[in-house]
Design a protein around this ligand. Structure first.
Ligand SMILES: Cc1ncc(COP(=O)(O)O)c(C=O)c1O
Length: 487
């Protein structure tokens, strides 16, 4: 039974009430409820949205020090997510990940970091002065994707670094592959460690039993979720949840107070209030429909010659993982076409845009916003591409990223602020990186500040940039350059 109060949307209601009161405003934002907004903007989106683009006022509370409707909205979110405290975030999971590390790690503290971490986790490491001790996710050479981290990898790194105080995991990953969080977290907690989870791709997990268990259900102390990525939050709207009393709440509040904007968007925050209400009251039904659509499309794609869509059974046979079945990872390699190529054709010829592509795969996110027609369009476009693909074309060979585990020469913070120079990527082997270098997809950092650049990373970067991959942290010059420590 859903508690009656979960139907409430206190922040949104307060915004609407204030907008309808038509008070005269001599405060920010300068567009004054849209009266000063550009005509083109207003004509396209309509006038109403601007009337709730407000600032911190008594009626609508203050994110930095909530005492009214924001406090209530955050408490409802905590109840819905099974947390003790929830915090609204207006700079995505990026700011939540930074806060999660800064609130728990002090300079010099060792943090065990699963290497499939987003760069915002590394930003938290640089800002805090903590020392990351990486352990690697398992990789699948056939599909060229990363699964997730295992208990045995965690045990090994825990034995190597028994002083570590914090474990930081990322689950599910971009492809929807969730780690066995309860085992990993129990291991860490048994040694007195805090368990932090970047759950950017999992704000829906709690609301449907056929999805992998959420981080908090698995025992995490803190998790951060991109409400905007998967459910009804607007872009940049995320939440941070904590459970239990092992995290210093005062410090976490203080860190968010330092990092978040003093002018948070009320539209983004209202979208969090509404997204929570929607998940709490009808999440199971909506997600059930999304799961059915995704599973139907998966079955149909798997009947197309030359394509393979990742299934839960294969993921579970590969290791102690679970698949969020709303993600469709579609291997294109047998068609002799890269994921990049198929993605470009889907977009240009069929008006179908996927979440991401890599050398051998496409990633499609199916959500509560999709309809059967949308999936039909995807499947028929893929059928068409597969039918006309050159028969007998050599298959694409997926390439596994050469991620490193133990090449840290300097603490990341020290390396980040040390004198640097740019060198051509081809000349960078043996040098020490002063930048986070991440390839999208899969978004796993290839280099972090303070790490020695291996020849394998150089070869991989050169090859992937030649294939049109997006690399963050490499200077887009001709030839491309890496930022490394001055000798
Ligand atoms: C695993 C992971 N963590 C964090 C982020 C950052 O989230 P946001 O875009 O909400 O700031 C992303 C974004 O892609 C991500 O994939």
């Amino acid at each position: 039974m859903v508690p009656e109060r979960q139907f409430r949307t206190p922040l949104f209601d307060a915004l609407v009430a204030l907008a309808e009161a038509r008070k005269v405003s001599f405060h920010t934002p300068g567009h004054k409820s849209g009266k000063g907004i550009s005509t083109r903007f207003r004509q396209f989106v309509g006038p109403k949205i601007f009337t709730i683009d407000l600032t911190t006022l008594d009626e609508v509370d203050c994110l930095q020090k909530p005492v009214g409707v924001i406090k209530e909205a955050q408490e409802l979110a905590a109840e819905a997510y099974g947390a003790d405290h929830s915090f609204f975030l207006v700079n995505g999971t990026t700011v939540g990940n930074q806060a999660m590390i800064l609130a728990t790690a002090k300079p010099g503290d060792q943090v065990l970091v699963a290497r499939n971490a987003h760069k915002s986790i590394l930003a938290g490491i640089v800002l805090s002065g903590a020392i990351p001790r990486f352990f690697l996710p398992e990789l699948d050479p056939e599909l060229g994707i990363a699964w997730n981290v295992t208990g045995s990898a965690l045990s090994t790194v825990m034995e190597l670094y028994p002083q570590a105080k914090i474990l930081c995991l990322t689950s599910p990953n971009y492809y929807g592959v969730a780690a066995d969080l309860s085992t990993l977290i129990a291991k860490a907690k048994a040694q007195g460690m805090l368990a932090l989870v970047d759950e950017a791709h999992g704000p829906h997990l709690r609301f449907h039993p056929d999805l992998p268990p959420s981080a908090l259900e698995s025992g995490a102390d803190i998790c951060v979720q991109s409400t905007h990525k998967i459910v009804g939050g607007m872009t940049q709207a995320s939440m941070l949840h904590i459970k239990g009393d092992r995290v210093d709440l005062g410090r976490l509040r203080g860190v968010l107070y330092l990092l978040q904007s003093t002018s948070p968007s009320y539209i983004l925050m209202a979208s969090l209030d509404l997204a929570r209400m929607q998940m709490a009251t009808e999440g199971r039904k909506l997600l059930g429909k999304a799961i059915e659509l995704a599973e139907g499309a998966r079955a149909r794609i798997n009947r197309i010659e030359g394509l393979y869509c990742l299934e839960a059974g294969l993921v579970e046979r590969a290791g102690p993982y679970r698949l969020d079945v709303t993600k469709l990872t579609i291997s294109t390699k047998a068609l002799g076409l890269s994921g990049f190529q198929v993605s470009a054709i889907l977009n240009a010829e069929f008006g179908v845009q996927v979440e991401m592509a890599d050398l051998g795969n496409l990633l499609v996110i199916v959500s509560i916003g999709d309809r059967k027609d949308d999936l039909d369009r995807l499947v028929s476009a893929l059928t068409c591409i597969a039918t006309r693909a050159e028969k007998g074309a050599p298959p694409i060979k997926p390439l596994i990223p050469p991620i490193q585990g133990d090449r840290l020469i300097l603490p990341p913070r020290e390396a980040y602020f040390a004198p640097y120079e740019y060198v051509e990527v081809g000349e960078a082997a043996g040098r020490v990186s002063s930048e986070v270098v991440t390839l999208y997809p899969p978004g796993i950092p290839l280099l972090v500040p303070g790490e020695e650049v291996s020849p394998e990373v150089v070869d991989y970067l050169l090859f992937m940039t030649s294939q049109g991959a997006r690399v963050d942290g490499v200077r887009d010059s001709e030839p491309p350059c890496l930022r490394v420590l001055r000798d």
